[in-house]
Ligand binder design. Structure first.
Ligand SMILES: Cc1cc2nc3c(=O)[nH]c(=O)nc-3n(C[C@H](O)[C@H](O)[C@H](O)COP(=O)(O)O)c2cc1C
Length: 394
């Protein structure tokens, strides 16, 4: 299905995901916080940056390899951490990690996953990073860090933009809280959307039904699947926490959720090896500037002391090219592969990566640039007001 010649772009995978997934799950992936302004802007901003090709330059082959935290990846894109991926497709985290490894890139496993970090690491032939929330407190996090070390996880990703879950209005309307309440009478009005997707339902039941979080082991066992808003509020990451995380983990640390040059510097001072310019895909504070818009400010602020990654709104290879031109070393993609996973599991994730890879090669050839490492600001034009001012509202 995903190999059909009619599946040309990520939007096509999105349509297939919408067909296979119950509405609550599709909206959980597709939606953002409040008015979804930042969600939309994250994508739209790429259209405001235009490309400046060098024509009549032969580029018979294009080199997509990039080095990140001392490792070479075959592609300048990684799969972003997505909580609850196991709900999108049976063993969702493991199949996505396998597709990433096969493509020569890294998979980032969310704390809020339905698969253990050991199983996910074993499923992939490539690097696996672990995204850490402090749910359950420091002792619970320390146990996960120790497991990550033993499982040869390559990097720890600490997400700092989640002091409370954003208000995702689609989730509220679809009854996510009621569905997770355990109260059958509250759930009943929201169940027909699942019965309307028998293929998904069969896979969900085959995979064991409602998952637990095997990487959040509380005193009474793995955390049950629940509305995680409260847990996130009780486990906010502060700059002080980075000191003990730094002591507990001697591998690379990546700080995800940087929105400004000031925080980028702070992350570098706190010992980060890399940062991700990210607004959580527009799922947290609605109204923040799109990530591509703040990328130049962040790149200038860190002066090369840490590696800079970006996520948010990447739907085409040309989006990746624009981010690389403006100083990102690589990007994370979230929804772009989540749609593939929701549509068709591993085959869908593989298709998403293929689409982005062939977009990248075509764009580089059309630009007259032989390697992603040669991309620089001279290949793009940014809107005139970007050159003279920081993002609007600052
Ligand atoms: C369904 C979904 C679940 C997510 N779960 C997490 C998570 O558990 N931890 C985290 O750090 N980011 C999470 N994110 C944010 C992504 O890691 C990433 O920042 C975002 O998806 C990038 O934007 P994009 O989807 O437009 O590519 C999630 C995003 C989505 C769409």
């Amino acid at each position: 299905m995903v190999d059909s010649p009619r599946v040309l772009n990520i939007g096509d995978l999105r349509r297939l995901a919408k067909r296979r997934l119950p509405r609550a799950l599709f909206d959980y992936i597709d939606g953002g916080a409040e008015g979804e302004v930042t969600l939309g802007e994250n994508c739209r901003v790429f259209d405001t940056v235009t490309l400046r090709p060098r024509c009549a330059v032969a580029t018979p082959s294009c080199d997509l390899r990039t080095s990140l935290l001392g490792t070479t990846l075959d592609l300048p894109l990684l799969l972003a951490p997505l909580g609850s991926s196991r709900m999108f497709y049976p063993r969702g985290e493991s199949v996505a990690a396998r597709a990433a490894g096969a493509a020569g890139t890294a998979y980032i496993l969310s704390t809020l996953s339905g698969s253990s970090l050991e199983a996910v690491k074993a499923a992939s032939s490539g690097p696996v990073w672990y995204q850490l929330y402090l749910i359950g407190g420091r002792d619970v996090a320390l146990a996960a860090i120790e497991r990550a070390r033993r499982a040869a996880i390559s990097a720890l990703v600490v997400t700092i933009d989640t002091p409370v879950a954003g208000l995702r209005e689609r989730d509220v309307r679809n009854g996510i809280s009621q569905l997770l309440s355990g109260n059958v009478w509250s759930m009943v009005p929201y169940l027909p959307q699942f019965l309307a997707r028998p293929r998904w339902l069969a896979g969900f039941l085959w995979d064991g039904g409602l998952m637990r979080f095997p990487n959040v082991v509380l005193p009474n066992g793995p955390m049950p699947y629940a509305d995680v808003g409260v847990a996130l509020e009780q486990s906010m990451v502060c700059w002080d926490d980075l000191q003990w995380i730094r002591q507990a983990w001697n591998g690379p640390i990546v700080i995800k959720g940087v929105h400004t040059g000031d925080d980028a510097r702070r992350a570098a001072d706190a010992g980060a090896n890399a940062i991700v310019v990210s607004n959580h895909g527009g799922r947290q504070l609605d109204g923040v500037a799109p990530t591509l818009r703040v990328l130049p400010e962040v790149v200038t602020a860190v002066k090369g002391h840490v590696e800079v990654l970006l996520d948010g709104g990447i739907r085409r290879g040309s989006d990746i090219v624009k981010a690389l031109c403006l100083g990102a070393r690589a990007v994370l993609v979230g929804r772009a592969y989540a749609y593939g996973l929701g549509a068709a599991g591993e085959a869908g994730v593989t298709r998403a990566i293929q689409i982005l890879r062939s977009d990248l090669i075509r764009t580089l050839k059309l630009l007259g640039c032989a390697s992603v490492t040669e991309l620089d600001p001279s290949y793009v034009d940014v809107p005139a007001d970007w050159r003279s001012s920081p993002p609007a509202g600052r």
